[in-house]
Design a protein around this ligand. Structure first.
Ligand SMILES: O=C(O)[C@H](O)COP(=O)(O)O
Length: 325
């Protein structure tokens, strides 16, 4: 897939208003968030500009307004982009082991997934990044941001002690402008899988039965032995999202969250108001970014951004567009 280049950034097309695969999946009772390519009818109301789509007729390159950096006062955006991304494949995903809060790194495939994800979001503005405290999510965020067109430097914020905070200070305003704070939070960690951590998923199903393991993995309120249920995971992850991340979006900051299959399932359940029944079939693929637009206190799901040269649709509202260079 080509690197991120501006000519792919935005091409205005007649919004193709296919129903989002997510909603059709919901009808089919199969809520699967893999790569939703939709530019729904509300796009027109929101003034969305949809990116290139192989099936849509390209009308003309969108006129990108001058960027804030070009001297114009950056107008505080009334909308903000929220990108959610599950970490790339980890070494224990590859071995099909329950991972939970065990801190394992990415595989080479997971590294590539993070890089490809970065190309898909390379034109979407990011002002602050949140990750869990686990290395697989942090690696994913850093690798993805290496592909970003703005080339700002993601810097992990250290506040674990006064000394850590003091010793990691940056003393140049210009340098700060060229960096993006990365905030790590244990509340965004993967659900703690209790006594399943380190066990092989297939062997566990053979031992306890497929249905029991599916119930532990995907139900809302049934925890694995001495582990967290999705509900318990949501109590920390969604609370953190509401208390720490939503205020950033309200202030117009564009946010990326790099986290885990279940901590993100709990957040998406909140954003999309999924029932405890619907969330059972919500699965997140590794390394697939998902875009929401936060506007007037509401979250508009925009699906998975297409890569710079990939068929598919991603959409910006006009004011998010203004952030673009
Ligand atoms: O923690 C793990 O094992 C994986 O990251 C997610 O596991 P799951 O797909 O069984 O929820």
């Amino acid at each position: 897939m080509a690197a991120c280049t501006s000519q792919h950034a935005l091409i205005s097309v007649k919004p193709r208003c296919a129903s989002a695969s997510f909603s059709s999946d919901r009808r089919a009772g199969n809520v699967r968030f893999v790569s939703t390519t939709s530019c729904c009818p509300s796009s027109r109301k929101l003034g969305l500009v949809c990116a290139s789509n192989s099936q849509s007729s390209v009308i003309e390159p969108a006129k990108l307004p001058s960027s804030p950096e070009s001297g114009s006062n950056p107008k505080k955006s009334s909308e903000a982009a929220l990108i959610l991304i599950r970490h790339g494949e980890s070494l224990w995903n590859e071995k099909n082991l329950f991972t939970g809060c065990v801190d394992v790194p990415l595989t080479p495939k997971g590294v590539n997934e993070a890089i490809e994800a970065g190309k898909r979001i390379c034109n979407i503005p990011v002002d602050v990044i949140y990750t869990s405290s686990l290395i697989r999510a942090q690696m994913t965020a850093m690798l993805a941001m290496m592909q970003h067109r703005r080339k700002k430097v993601p810097i992990i914020v250290h506040k674990e002690s006064e000394r850590a905070h003091q010793w990691s200070q940056v003393y140049s305003e210009e340098t700060k402008k060229q960096s993006i704070p990365v905030i790590t939070a244990w509340q965004l960690n993967e659900r703690m899988y209790g006594e399943l951590q380190g066990l092989n998923k297939q062997e566990t199903a053979d031992l306890f039965g497929k249905e029991q393991v599916h119930e532990w993995r995907r139900s809302y309120d049934i925890p694995p032995p001495n582990g967290e249920s999705l509900e318990m995971c949501a109590e920390r992850a969604v609370s953190y999202f509401k208390e720490q991340i939503i205020p950033q979006l309200v202030s117009g900051k564009h946010v990326m969250i790099a986290a885990h299959g279940n901590s993100l399932r709990s957040i998406i359940m909140h954003l999309d108001k999924l029932t405890s029944q619907e969330v059972i079939s919500l699965e997140l693929s590794t390394g697939i970014p998902m875009l929401y637009i936060f506007k007037e206190g509401k979250f508009i799901r925009r699906g998975s951004p297409a890569g710079p040269s990939e068929a598919g649709v991603y959409a910006y509202t006009k004011s998010v567009l203004k952030i673009h260079q």
